[in-house]
Design a protein around this ligand. Structure first.
Ligand code: XUL
Ligand code: MN
Length: 344
């Protein structure tokens, strides 16, 4: 039945609208107030960066960090919410200018590992085993700046460090081919899956597939999901949309290409995504033009589009699809899908 899915988003998805060319256009909403919005918008899960939960964590002791994270857990519980995952924000500190785990500077790499351990403490205090690794600056602006073989080994070393620090942690790598870097070391699902097999415990390392990132890599999101599912590694998703090869847009799910969104929902629904407790995670941004009081529509709309597509996936005439596949009449299959999406 449509409606069985649980949805999540991160507090950064309700934002002030600043972009690289202009300042904030909306007021900041305090974290506690954002939490109160989740249920009303139809969401049960909260995605966190470590410092979304514990701002200024680099200046706090590990005891202070855990204490603060436990307070956030109480806030979640009083709103009936669950922490879906925690991701280390390894791209803002001056020490991570040249990368975190792959920095050429050993002191920076040590900072990144130490910060990751504190992030695991936060995840533990928030009650989630899932960690997302978006490897923002693990790449290069020019190829000569780093050794790509060593970079992969350093990423694996950092992953192993996290796996041994908390034996219950599961890591979902979120591949992205570029931005902020010219080239990233883990650009696609295949790279993330391959990295998992270099780690000490491959079954604890999987992927978070983000629609926009896959499109930036010139690939199809539903096929990437299928690849991850074949390896039992689709730990979570970041659904959104992207209008071609440009900056990472994080548009509302399905808002650019409804058929591409339909196919993502189709593969997720076909293979019972969510049966292991996985959330339908969104990573969507409101347009900068949106006024304060209507700056959460991108979240509600993405969820609504997902659920309508679940209905369309389930009402598709599977016998007709099978028949057309067996006849190899893909032109007719094409029209069947288009008609279905147009409500015919
Ligand atoms: C960046 C991105 C991040 C990750 C979490 O493009 O998608 O928000 O999802 O660190
Ligand atoms: Mn994301």
């Amino acid at each position: 039945m449509a409606g069985e899915y649980r949805f999540s988003f991160g507090p950064w998805n309700i934002h002030e609208g600043a972009d690289p060319f202009g300042p904030a256009v909306r007021d900041s909403i305090e974290f506690g107030k954002k939490l109160k919005m989740y249920k009303k918008l139809g969401f049960d899960g909260v995605q966190f960066h470590d410092d979304d939960a514990v701002p200024g964590m680099d200046n706090l002791s590990s005891e202070q960090i855990v204490k603060k994270a436990k307070e956030v857990r109480n806030m979640l519980e009083s709103e009936g919410l669950i922490a879906e995952f925690v991701a280390p924000r390894l791209w803002e500190d001056a020490r991570t200018i040249d990368g975190a785990y792959t920095s050429n500077d050993p002191a920076s790499r040590e900072y990144a590992k130490e910060r990751s351990r504190r992030m695991l403490d936060i995840a533990n205090a928030l009650g989630t085993k899932l960690v997302v690794l978006w490897l923002a600056r693990e790449g290069t602006y020019i190829r000569e700046a780093k050794d790509s073989k060593v970079a992969v080994e350093r990423i694996v070393e950092a992953i192993n460090d996290m796996l041994s620090y908390n034996p219950e942690t599961k890591i979902a790598i979120e591949p992205k081919p570029n931005e902020p870097m010219d080239q990233s070391y883990i650009p696609t699902t295949g790279h993330a899956v391959a990295i998992s097999y270099l780690s000490n415990e491959p079954e604890r390392v999987g992927v978070n597939i983000e629609t926009a990132h896959v499109i930036l890599a010139g690939l199809d999101p539903s096929d990437e999901m299928g690849f991850a599912l074949a390896y039992d590694k689709l730990f979570t998703v970041h659904l959104n949309d992207q209008n071609g090869l440009k900056f990472d847009e994080d548009k509302a799910f399905g808002s650019v290409d409804l058929r591409r969104a339909f196919n993502q929902v189709r593969i997720l629904d076909k293979y019972d995504y969510g049966k292991g407790g996985e959330f339908v995670g969104l990573d969507v941004k409101a347009m900068r033009t949106q006024k304060q009081e209507v700056a959460t529509k991108h979240l509600v709309n993405s969820r609504t589009i997902f659920l309508r597509l679940v209905e369309l996936v389930r009402s598709l005439d599977k016998n007709k699809v099978e028949k057309l596949i067996s006849e190899r009449d893909y032109e007719e299959l094409d029209m069947l899908i288009i008609n279905h999406l147009m409500g015919k």
